[in-house]
Design a protein around this ligand. Structure first.
Ligand SMILES: CC(C)(COP(=O)(O)OP(=O)(O)OC[C@H]1O[C@@H](n2cnc3c(N)ncnc32)[C@H](O)[C@@H]1OP(=O)(O)O)[C@@H](O)C(=O)NCCC(=O)NCCS
Length: 176
């Protein structure tokens, strides 16, 4: 099946909420996330909040008219809970260099039926290509299979979130 990649703003992404939620549950069903239907209200609220964040954009992988993968992000701002949590976990020098004015690579998933085909790599590259910032940041569970994916694509470890097994990663975005 042909996969098409679309760059979407918040309204367009919000229109895909139902199929995206269904796919999100399938993609994060395995360890270490073990997301189930019971997590749906939390995941939905998170997605809606993210869609309202200034600068939100999504790259969606579409097949047969349905999303089979997505990556979204937005510039990280001081005062956001995530930014404050990460800031409190980094040394002042690392925080200043990496967090101030960074693009947030926020959520990323591919339907298990489409994994291992290069869809995730394309989503990753296309979303980062939209960033005007010099650096991107994300957090990832220490036992997530995606940890290798990020390491191979130039993400470096900046530190750990305090009190939870999440790595803070950063990537230089070379413009050229
Ligand atoms: C991470 C994820 C988005 C990658 O998507 P994908 O479409 O499978 O990625 P690709 O086909 O482009 O594969 C890229 C690489 O990752 C590897 N890979 C993909 N899925 C993997 C998995 N589950 N475990 C280990 N390696 C995996 C591929 O072998 C490939 O290796 P390469 O870099 O040597 O070529 C997808 O596995 C996923 O949705 N995982 C569950 C949700 C998740 O963890 N999201 C990220 C949260 S931070």
């Amino acid at each position: 099946m042909t996969v098409e990649f679309l760059l979407l703003g918040p309204e367009e992404a919000a229109r895909l909420e139902e199929p995206l939620m269904a796919m999100w549950l399938r993609a994060f069903a395995g360890p270490p996330y073990a997301v189930t239907e019971r997590d749906l209200p939390r995941v939905r609220a998170l997605f809606r909040r993210h869609c309202r964040t200034p600068g939100f954009r999504m790259v969606a992988a579409m097949a047969g008219g349905k999303p089979v993968g997505f990556a979204y992000g937005f510039p990280r701002s001081p005062g956001e809970p995530w930014t404050e949590e990460v800031a409190a976990s980094l040394s002042p020098a690392v925080r200043e260099r990496w967090l101030a004015g960074a693009f947030g690579f926020v959520e990323f998933a591919v339907d298990p039926a489409y994994q291992g085909l290069g869809v995730g790599s394309a989503l990753h590259d296309r979303l980062l290509a939209t960033a005007r910032e010099d650096r991107a940041v994300l957090t990832v569970h220490a036992r997530a299979p995606a940890a290798d994916f990020y390491a191979k694509r130039g993400w470096q470890r900046l530190g750990w979130l305090k009190g939870v097994p999440y790595r803070i990663l950063g990537k230089e975005l070379k413009k050229g």
